[in-house]
Design a binder for this molecule. Structure first.
Ligand code: GAL
Length: 374
């Protein structure tokens, strides 16, 4: 009898624990990803920050329908200890009310937010791509906001264009004095532009600052930080050194992949080398991924192949890169973070997280329906 009672008690306790443990234990790319409230995570075009043993995920908060393709709310933040289960930390950066005149007023385009921590100032610094309300994708600015805590609230500081009045360090000297002119095509905001004379665009934008659209930020081992962004009508990637407080440009930048129309840059460092995973330029429609490697962040950058392999590799498994995250406790193993956009119902965008393997120096990404970090 004692045995029977013991078994019943044991089974009941076991059931209570196993039935109430609804924690996620794997990553299922492309599926709904519920947060601690059971709501699909709303952090698109995002980036992660690992600070004090906690991961913070920042991304574009989207609303339903096409209206969600512009910023109606702000930047959403989530936190996690295991990368599977995410707690809603609320809106880290809130857009200003309509007609407030703010650069980040409701209805602007505020994309690809990334946060880095600055040890000198103790501030969390958020960078993002900003387009002014009602002006399509023409402003081509970045925005910057700071906070004392990782989850915010972030105070909007300014929006601006990089490197006003400064020549890229790898711009040919003899080309500097050529007249601006003869530019036949500019980025119209929706389709792949024809190849512009991109050096002309650098000259044209000398006074306004260089264009900055899809972007990321990266902190190197020596604490120096860089802003990496599509410039020159999206035709060419720029890498700009930031000031020591990470809140401005230090006046040194370089241009790479001229005329290759690289977007959605995501960077990582492995075995002392720098790697970029990027996309081509086709708006919300996915395309084949790109990758590149360099021994110095200032180049030369060598373009590699499409890192995606297998069925659907030519759409990057229907995704676009946004961030590369080292595995917990292992900087040599990396995770690809991409967005599966849904421009018709923006809030329903999905997240494509997949492990990155290597074939020599070529990063390689295979599809997995479900996988675990270990
Ligand atoms: C993509 C870009 C997205 C968004 C979109 C708008 O190319 O990566 O962040 O700007 O275009 O069409």
């Amino acid at each position: 009898m004692k045995r029977v009672i013991f078994s019943i008690v044991f089974l009941s306790v076991f059931c209570i624990f196993s039935c109430t443990d609804n924690k996620l234990k794997s990553i299922t790319p492309g599926k709904i990803w519920p947060d601690n409230n059971g709501v699909h995570i709303n952090a698109h075009g995002g980036g992660l920050l690992f600070q004090g043993g906690i991961y913070y995920w920042y991304g574009e908060h989207k609303i339903g329908g096409k209206a969600g393709n512009t910023a109606q709310v702000g930047v959403h933040c989530y936190s996690s200890k295991d990368l599977y289960n995410w707690k809603d930390e609320g809106i880290a950066l809130t857009v200003f009310p309509e007609n407030s005149g703010s650069d980040i007023e409701k209805g602007c385009v505020l994309e690809r937010p990334k946060v880095i921590y600055n040890a000198l100032t103790g501030k969390y610094v958020m960078w993002f791509h900003l387009e002014l309300k009602g002006n399509a994708y023409n402003a081509a600015r970045c925005g910057m906001a700071i906070a004392d805590n990782p989850t915010g609230p972030y105070q909007f500081v300014k929006s601006f264009r990089p490197d006003v009045g400064t020549w890229p360090i790898n711009f040919p000297l003899e080309k500097k004095d050529e007249p601006v002119g003869g530019m036949k095509s500019f980025f119209g905001g929706s389709s792949v532009p024809q190849h512009p004379d991109s050096m002309n665009i650098v000259r044209r934008d000398m006074d306004s600052g260089q264009q900055s659209r899809d972007m990321t930020v990266f902190v190197d081992d020596d604490g120096k930080a860089y802003h990496i962004y599509s410039s020159e009508s999206n035709s060419t990637l720029h890498i700009s050194l930031l000031t020591d407080d990470y809140q401005d440009y230090a006046g040194k930048y370089a241009r790479f992949f001229s005329g290759r129309f690289m977007e959605a840059p995501a960077i990582f460092k492995k075995d002392g080398k720098y790697y970029l995973i990027m996309s081509g330029c086709s708006g919300w429609t996915p395309n084949a991924g790109r990758s590149a490697v360099a021994s110095s962040i200032w180049g030369p950058w060598k373009e590699l192949d499409n890192p995606f392999q297998g069925d659907d590799a030519n759409t990057s498994f229907h995704s676009q890169s946004t961030y590369i995250l080292p595995y917990p406790g292992n900087n040599d193993r990396l995770i690809y973070l991409g967005d599966r956009w849904n421009p018709e119902d923006a809030i329903d965008g999905r997240y494509i997280w997949l492990p990155i393997e290597f074939d020599g120096e070529q990063p390689v990404i295979h599809w997995k329906d479900e996988w675990k970090l270990n």
